[in-house]
Design a binder for this molecule. Structure first.
Ligand code: AMP
Ligand code: MG
Length: 349
């Protein structure tokens, strides 16, 4: 394939995506586009992000436009370190500093009161801003060379399955984004865990790629925003999200058997099963009734399941030999919590 010159790097939704390797040339092109106020798709350790200048309203507007994301859903600003995060926020609780020291760079987002430099569009008008210091070397290099915070939600159309490969970004956005930097599959595979504070108390605003238990070892027990009276709910946590185009049902599992009925499927319907640790709803004897079975981790490793989760869901969704999807719920500890929450929101008839 011949290299695409920078002059071709304009938004063309009707064209195929411009995927470039995340080498020095690719990163230079990404920085050039970011400086020009464009949005570009970038690899991170969580999922691929749609990045744009975090301090420029017109660039942020492109993110909302390309994703079809409602403007009430605020963005996460990505920075290279604590100093850069402090320049955008105020009033760090002691726990926020401890968490940043323990888990940055990594899949943890902190929501803190914002400084004036952060545009209202980045925070959907909220007085707080969401900050993350990513670990992926390409994302870090792009932010450092760009020289400022990069706002980057997942690089998918709003409400759809998050992309964990450049090909998945291309399937979602095509040429609507002028550049997709390809650095291979994402290592964590789930969006960041989001922590905020309400009257000094830490809240788990979103389960994600950093297990709740790891955070609680530092902060003590975390509450959910819905459990705290008068706390503003995390915006953007809409009930339906991460949704495949095909119907998806979640099946609660006991140790080896389904605890919710896997509801008999029409014999003519071809059902794809997304499972974990070899579990088959209704028992092993029913394995043959599924048109396709994808096991997120046959050995029962939750980190491996997280890495594979979104791409497996996408594979079943794109498989023409499958009409609908059944997914088994995972154990609720570690990364299982974040996967289950995504499954619950992906569920639809
Ligand atoms: P993502 O879609 O992965 O970019 O994550 C964005 C999510 O972070 C939003 O949907 C909110 O739930 C959360 N978030 C971002 N900014 C704030 C904020 N200022 N206050 C509370 N939650 C926020
Ligand atoms: Mg997203």
């Amino acid at each position: 394939m011949t290299a695409t010159p920078p002059t071709a790097a304009v938004s063309r939704p009707d064209r195929p995506a411009n995927i470039q390797p995340a080498d020095a040339r690719g990163m230079a092109l990404a920085v050039e586009l970011l400086r020009a106020g464009e949005a570009v798709a970038l690899p991170t350790e969580t999922v691929y992000g749609l990045g744009a200048d975090g301090l420029r309203e017109s660039a942020l507007a492109q993110i909302f436009e390309i994703k079809g994301r409602p403007r009430f859903d605020p963005l996460i600003l990505h920075v290279t370190g604590l100093t850069e995060a402090e320049a955008l926020t105020l009033d760090w609780p002691a726990d926020a500093r401890r968490l940043a020291a323990a888990f940055w760079p990594g899949p943890l987002t902190l929501v803190l009161p914002k400084r004036d430099a952060v545009p209202h569009l980045a925070t959907s008008g909220l007085p707080s801003a969401a900050l993350r210091c990513p670990a992926h070397p390409v994302m870090r290099e792009v932010i450092a060379r760009f020289g400022g915070p990069i706002a980057a939600p997942s690089a998918n159309r709003f409400g759809r399955i998050s992309p964990t490969t450049a090909a998945a970004v291309a399937a979602e956005l095509g040429g609507a984004v002028p550049l997709v930097l390809d650095a291979g599959p994402c290592e964590v595979g789930l969006e960041s865990t989001i922590i905020g504070w309400h009257e000094g108390e830490p809240l788990l605003l979103r389960a994600g790629g950093l297990p709740r238990e790891a955070i609680e070892a530092i902060t003590g027990p975390l509450r959910r925003p819905e459990a705290v009276e008068s706390s503003p709910l995390a915006p953007g946590q809409l009930k339906s999200h991460y949704a495949p185009r095909k119907p998806l049902r979640v099946c609660e599992m006991g140790a080896t058997t389904a605890t919710t009925a896997p509801e008999s499927h029409e014999s003519t319907e071809r059902v794809g099963l997304l499972t974990f640790a070899g579990l088959i709803p209704g028992g092993q004897a029913r394995a043959g009734s599924f048109a396709r079975v994808l096991d997120l981790s046959p050995s029962g490793n939750l980190a491996e399941a997280a890495t594979r989760f979104f791409s497996a869901l996408r594979q079943l969704d794109e498989d023409p030999a499958i009409d609908r999807i059944i997914a088994t719920a995972l154990p609720t500890h570690g990364l299982g919590l974040a996967i289950n929450e995504r499954l619950a929101r992906a569920e639809h008839a």
